[in-house]
Design a protein around this ligand. Structure first.
Ligand code: PDD
Length: 284
């Protein structure tokens, strides 16, 4: 039996239910987070909470818990109830349930749902890298909010999959913004690590943030400046980051090899450093 947390209680996931008038269901009026945990420790919890708080404030959704310490306790209990040590969790908060009206209802309690899930890390993809395609970024101009409104992302991910690619890197005005489910990086011709700045055109990924800190601490130069398609095809290395995929080398874009078509040395160094960091955070 898989247990989820729903509006204050722990319930069997297969029978837990939410109103059909939930505004997340009717309007995508909600936010979410995906976190990973190892040895029962939530990785980068503070960064996820900071982003969740920002997303909620941006959409003026009331927090369903008094403070984020209580949320941490709820998540730890959920992990325990599911007899898990390593895995991922999905947390969703919507504005709440009420009769359908675009206007915010004046009296409403947010709906919160948390459930755990597992994905096996694909060792082959980490070792050999992945293929990526390019697409136009069709999303709105508040991609910094981790909203549950993910239609363009879903369509792009599916499109990439049907074209035999792992991911689709989106471009706006000839600048690469980010992937449909991950952030995009290159190592440019000056050996600098380059990625789109964390503004309203991308989701400021927790993994992105962590990788930038790791890179700077390892004396690499990091440039938070968007790169063009032609800069991408001239780069020495490319990689992508997300909570679920961690760091994956990108070896081709639109069927054109990136440099020699093999995972780069800086990418491999960052993968090692990121794995060490996760180990240190989940130290018992
Ligand atoms: N996706 N950009 C987009 C559009 C994303 O959906 C994600 C994550 C990221 C990376 O963010 P982070 O490093 O905080 O996971 C960037 C999650 C994993 C998802 O929707 O499943």
């Amino acid at each position: 039996m898989s247990i989820c947390f729903i509006n204050g209680s722990f319930e069997d996931k297969s029978s837990a239910s939410i109103s059909i008038q939930d505004r997340g269901f009717n309007f995508s009026d909600g936010v979410y987070e995906v976190m990973s945990f190892q040895k029962n420790k939530i990785i980068n919890f503070d960064k996820h909470i900071k982003r969740l708080d920002r997303s909620l404030n941006s959409l003026r959704i009331i927090k369903p818990m008094r403070n984020f310490k209580s949320l941490e306790l709820i998540i730890k209990k959920l992990i325990k109830l599911n007899h898990l040590r390593d895995g991922f969790l999905y947390l969703q908060i919507t504005r709440g349930s009420s009769s359908r009206n675009h206007l915010f209802p004046s009296l409403i309690n947010p709906n919160i749902v948390i459930f755990t899930f597992s994905i096996k890390l694909d060792v082959k993809m980490i070792k050999n890298g992945v293929n990526v395609m390019l697409s136009d970024d069709l999303r709105w101009k508040r991609c910094d909010i981790k909203s549950i409104s993910l239609l363009p992302n879903v369509l792009e991910k599916q499109n990439a999959h049907e074209n035999g690619m792992y991911e689709s890197w989106q471009k706006r005005d000839n600048l690469i913004t980010e992937g449909s489910t991950s952030n995009a990086f290159i190592v440019n011709s000056k050996n600098e690590i380059q990625t789109h700045p964390a503004n309203n055109y991308i989701l400021g990924g927790v993994t992105r943030d962590t990788v930038i800190d790791l890179a700077k601490n390892s004396k690499f130069i990091v440039k938070e400046k968007a790169f063009t398609k032609s800069e991408l095809f001239k780069c020495r290395e490319a990689f992508l980051t997300s909570t679920t995929a961690r760091i994956l080398p990108v070896i081709s874009v639109d069927n054109k090899k990136i440099f020699n078509g093999k995972p780069g040395e800086i990418t491999k160094t960052l993968i090692t450093k990121y794995n060490e960091l996760i180990k240190s955070q989940s130290h018992e």
